[in-house]
Design a protein around this ligand. Sequence first.
Ligand code: SF4
Ligand code: SF4
Length: 133
Amino acid sequence: MERKYKFQFSELEMQSSVTYTLVSRFDIEPNILKAEMDDSGGVLILKLKGDEDDLNKAVEYVQSLGISVMELSKHITRDHDKCIDCGSCVAICPSRAFTIDRDNWEVHLDFQKCVACGSCLTSCPTHAISLTI
Ligand code: SF4
Ligand code: SF4
Protein backbone atom coordinates (compact mmCIF):
# COMPACT_ATOMS: atom_id res chain seq x y z
CA MET A 1 0.00 0.00 0.00
CA GLU A 2 0.95 3.65 -0.41
CA ARG A 3 0.46 6.59 1.93
CA LYS A 4 1.56 10.20 1.79
CA TYR A 5 3.18 11.89 4.79
CA LYS A 6 4.65 15.18 5.85
CA PHE A 7 7.77 14.86 8.04
CA GLN A 8 8.91 17.99 9.84
CA PHE A 9 12.51 17.92 11.11
CA SER A 10 14.16 20.25 13.55
CA GLU A 11 17.62 18.87 12.82
CA LEU A 12 18.65 18.91 9.20
CA GLU A 13 21.07 15.96 9.35
CA MET A 14 18.22 13.65 10.43
CA GLN A 15 16.63 13.67 6.99
CA SER A 16 19.03 11.41 5.14
CA SER A 17 19.43 8.92 8.00
CA VAL A 18 15.67 8.58 8.43
CA THR A 19 14.97 7.82 4.78
CA TYR A 20 17.87 5.34 4.80
CA THR A 21 16.43 3.57 7.86
CA LEU A 22 12.98 3.38 6.27
CA VAL A 23 14.49 1.35 3.47
CA SER A 24 16.99 -0.76 5.40
CA ARG A 25 15.02 -1.56 8.55
CA PHE A 26 11.38 -1.40 7.48
CA ASP A 27 11.56 -2.39 3.82
CA ILE A 28 9.72 0.79 2.88
CA GLU A 29 10.07 2.38 -0.53
CA PRO A 30 10.18 6.17 -0.04
CA ASN A 31 9.44 8.59 -2.85
CA ILE A 32 10.24 12.19 -1.94
CA LEU A 33 7.64 14.49 -3.53
CA LYS A 34 8.87 17.73 -2.02
CA ALA A 35 11.76 18.82 0.22
CA GLU A 36 12.26 22.19 1.86
CA MET A 37 15.25 22.90 4.08
CA ASP A 38 16.85 25.76 5.89
CA ASP A 39 19.28 26.14 8.80
CA SER A 40 16.66 25.24 11.38
CA GLY A 41 15.51 21.98 9.79
CA GLY A 42 13.24 20.91 7.02
CA VAL A 43 10.03 19.47 5.70
CA LEU A 44 9.69 16.39 3.55
CA ILE A 45 6.53 15.43 1.71
CA LEU A 46 6.91 11.83 0.77
CA LYS A 47 5.00 8.84 -0.46
CA LEU A 48 5.79 5.62 1.41
CA LYS A 49 5.11 2.26 -0.16
CA GLY A 50 5.16 -1.00 1.75
CA ASP A 51 3.29 -3.52 3.80
CA GLU A 52 0.69 -1.90 6.13
CA ASP A 53 2.31 -3.33 9.25
CA ASP A 54 5.75 -2.13 8.16
CA LEU A 55 4.35 1.32 7.37
CA ASN A 56 2.83 1.62 10.83
CA LYS A 57 6.06 0.50 12.50
CA ALA A 58 8.10 2.88 10.34
CA VAL A 59 5.90 5.83 11.30
CA GLU A 60 6.16 4.91 15.00
CA TYR A 61 9.94 4.81 14.63
CA VAL A 62 10.07 8.23 12.92
CA GLN A 63 7.87 9.73 15.64
CA SER A 64 10.08 8.21 18.34
CA LEU A 65 12.91 10.36 16.97
CA GLY A 66 10.93 13.48 17.76
CA ILE A 67 10.03 14.15 14.13
CA SER A 68 6.56 15.52 13.54
CA VAL A 69 4.61 13.19 11.24
CA MET A 70 1.34 14.06 9.54
CA GLU A 71 -0.47 11.71 7.20
CA LEU A 72 -1.76 13.52 4.14
CA SER A 73 -4.99 11.63 3.79
CA LYS A 74 -6.93 14.50 2.27
CA HIS A 75 -7.34 14.96 -1.42
CA ILE A 76 -8.60 17.76 -3.59
CA THR A 77 -11.60 17.88 -5.83
CA ARG A 78 -12.34 20.34 -8.61
CA ASP A 79 -15.77 21.48 -9.67
CA HIS A 80 -15.51 21.53 -13.48
CA ASP A 81 -18.59 23.73 -13.77
CA LYS A 82 -16.85 26.46 -11.79
CA CYS A 83 -13.37 26.09 -13.36
CA ILE A 84 -12.57 28.70 -15.99
CA ASP A 85 -9.11 27.28 -16.88
CA CYS A 86 -7.41 30.45 -15.68
CA GLY A 87 -4.21 28.63 -14.71
CA SER A 88 -3.70 30.19 -11.26
CA CYS A 89 -3.54 26.76 -9.66
CA VAL A 90 -0.93 25.64 -12.21
CA ALA A 91 1.40 28.44 -11.21
CA ILE A 92 1.11 27.84 -7.48
CA CYS A 93 1.09 24.03 -7.23
CA PRO A 94 4.44 22.84 -5.79
CA SER A 95 4.07 19.27 -7.03
CA ARG A 96 2.92 20.08 -10.58
CA ALA A 97 -0.37 18.28 -10.05
CA PHE A 98 -2.08 20.93 -12.18
CA THR A 99 -0.89 21.34 -15.76
CA ILE A 100 -2.09 23.22 -18.84
CA ASP A 101 -2.73 21.41 -22.10
CA ARG A 102 -1.10 23.76 -24.62
CA ASP A 103 -3.27 22.45 -27.44
CA ASN A 104 -6.57 23.58 -25.98
CA TRP A 105 -5.49 25.59 -22.88
CA GLU A 106 -7.48 23.37 -20.58
CA VAL A 107 -6.19 22.82 -17.06
CA HIS A 108 -5.70 19.19 -16.02
CA LEU A 109 -5.28 17.71 -12.57
CA ASP A 110 -3.24 14.60 -11.71
CA PHE A 111 -4.53 13.45 -8.32
CA GLN A 112 -1.54 11.13 -7.87
CA LYS A 113 0.82 14.11 -7.72
CA CYS A 114 -1.22 16.16 -5.25
CA VAL A 115 0.35 16.39 -1.78
CA ALA A 116 -2.71 18.08 -0.27
CA CYS A 117 -0.84 21.24 0.68
CA GLY A 118 -3.93 23.37 0.09
CA SER A 119 -2.13 26.18 -1.76
CA CYS A 120 -4.38 26.01 -4.80
CA LEU A 121 -7.54 26.55 -2.77
CA THR A 122 -6.81 30.20 -2.08
CA SER A 123 -5.44 30.82 -5.57
CA CYS A 124 -8.64 29.80 -7.34
CA PRO A 125 -10.74 32.88 -8.22
CA THR A 126 -13.94 30.87 -8.66
CA HIS A 127 -13.60 28.63 -5.58
CA ALA A 128 -13.67 25.56 -7.79
CA ILE A 129 -11.24 23.56 -5.64
CA SER A 130 -11.90 21.95 -2.28
CA LEU A 131 -10.03 19.63 0.07
CA THR A 132 -11.89 16.58 1.32
CA ILE A 133 -10.99 13.62 3.51
S1 SF4 B 1 -3.39 20.87 -2.84
FE1 SF4 B 1 -3.38 21.98 -4.80
S2 SF4 B 1 -1.45 23.14 -4.80
FE2 SF4 B 1 -1.25 21.56 -3.21
S3 SF4 B 1 -0.29 19.82 -4.26
FE3 SF4 B 1 -2.50 19.48 -4.38
S4 SF4 B 1 -3.08 20.35 -6.36
FE4 SF4 B 1 -1.06 21.19 -5.87
S1 SF4 C 1 -7.46 28.29 -10.34
FE1 SF4 C 1 -9.56 27.47 -10.28
S2 SF4 C 1 -10.56 28.34 -12.08
FE2 SF4 C 1 -8.37 28.59 -12.36
S3 SF4 C 1 -7.76 26.77 -13.56
FE3 SF4 C 1 -7.45 26.29 -11.40
S4 SF4 C 1 -9.34 25.27 -10.76
FE4 SF4 C 1 -9.79 26.33 -12.67
